[in-house]
Design a protein around this ligand. Structure first.
Ligand SMILES: NC(=O)c1ccc[n+]([C@@H]2O[C@H](COP(=O)([O-])OP(=O)(O)OC[C@H]3O[C@@H](n4cnc5c(N)ncnc54)[C@H](OP(=O)(O)O)[C@@H]3O)[C@@H](O)[C@H]2O)c1
Length: 273
């Protein structure tokens, strides 16, 4: 059956089943944008697609995909083709963190982590970018973190490296395609209300920290505004901006000395041997 023609843009949002990804879905639905919602928890995605479709009169559909698996990109591309749609806006948002030290985790866990936070971002972007360039229109928001600018520390071992990768990838791609109508932005939030800490078991530690925290809705509003303004990198919230400014100015050894004791407070202790 042929699909009815629509003039609405379509956004592919990974990690749309909770937190920042769900907030992106709500924000784009309000902007009359169709949605392709990606994550593993299909029940949540379908409920959100139904709710936003009814509320805003947009077309929203769910794609169940585990982004640690190499076939995830083909699944998403196939789902778009089945709907007769292409991606105008890509939000690479899915992510999590492993709060233990490297050796306290299984090698497979670290490899899957890199697959979700790094490889799938490369793979999905590489698959969807050519059509954006061809049409002369594309918007890509990559969800990084303010820790992209921090020193590495014990626990959450590869998280800062993965988020630095996302920032640098965004800048390099922007240099390559900005003149072709594709605008890329890396958003680098600090603590944000979501299921992130619950998912990795550090919610009690975060709750005790009293750190400055933003809502997912605020982070998303800032990210979309920055993308529309053509900004390559945005750090939401002035306390986070200040912290990043210090991290950029200070010598690495000073940042490490400041960050490492703090990072311990948000890591889980290794199980006793
Ligand atoms: N919250 C913060 O303080 C904070 C700060 C800076 C940056 N960030 C970044 O913000 C992004 C969103 O996180 P959040 O805070 O919104 O956390 P969240 O509420 O836990 O959401 C994480 C999302 O990622 C999806 N996801 C995780 N593993 C996946 C996999 N293997 N395949 C497909 N989807 C997967 C989850 O969906 P399923 O479980 O249904 O698959 C969920 O939708 C992440 O990239 C995170 O690193 C968060």
């Amino acid at each position: 059956m042929s699909q009815p023609a629509t003039t609405r843009r379509l956004a592919v949002i990974t990690g749309a089943s909770s937190g920042i990804g769900e907030a992106f879905a709500r924000a784009y639905a309000k902007r009359d944008t169709d949605l392709c919602l990606v994550a593993r928890r299909l029940d949540r995605l379908e409920a959100l697609a139904l709710e936003l479709g009814q509320q805003h009169g947009i077309m929203a559909f769910a794609v169940q995909a585990d982004l640690s698996k190499p076939e995830a990109t083909d699944l998403i591309v196939g789902a778009l083709a089945k709907q007769g749609r292409s991606c105008d806006i890509l939000i690479n948002n899915a992510g999590y963190s492993l709060p233990q030290t490297f050796l306290a985790t299984k090698g497979r866990e670290q490899i899957d982590f890199v697959a979700v936070l790094v490889t799938s971002v490369v793979s999905l972007t590489h698959a969807l970018l050519p059509a954006m360039v061809e049409r002369g229109y594309g918007r890509i928001i990559n969800v990084a973190s303010m820790v992209a600018f921090s020193s590495g520390a014990a626990g959450h071992t590869l998280y800062p490296a993965a988020k630095s990768f996302v920032v640098k990838m965004t800048q390099s791609l922007s240099a390559e395609v900005a003149d072709k109508g594709v605008i890329l932005t890396a958003v680098c939030p600090g603590q944000t209300e979501s299921e992130f800490a619950k998912a990795n078991g550090t919610d009690q530690l975060i709750a005790k920290s009293g750190l400055y925290k933003q809502t997912a809705e605020d982070v998303v509003a800032i990210a979309i505004a920055a993308n529309e303004a053509g900004k390559e990198v945005v750090v939401p919230g002035w306390p986070n901006k200040l912290a990043v400014a210090f991290m950029k100015i200070l010598p690495d050894s000073w940042t490490a000395a400041l960050i490492r004791p703090q990072a311990k407070k948000f890591s889980l202790p290794d199980p006793k041997a």
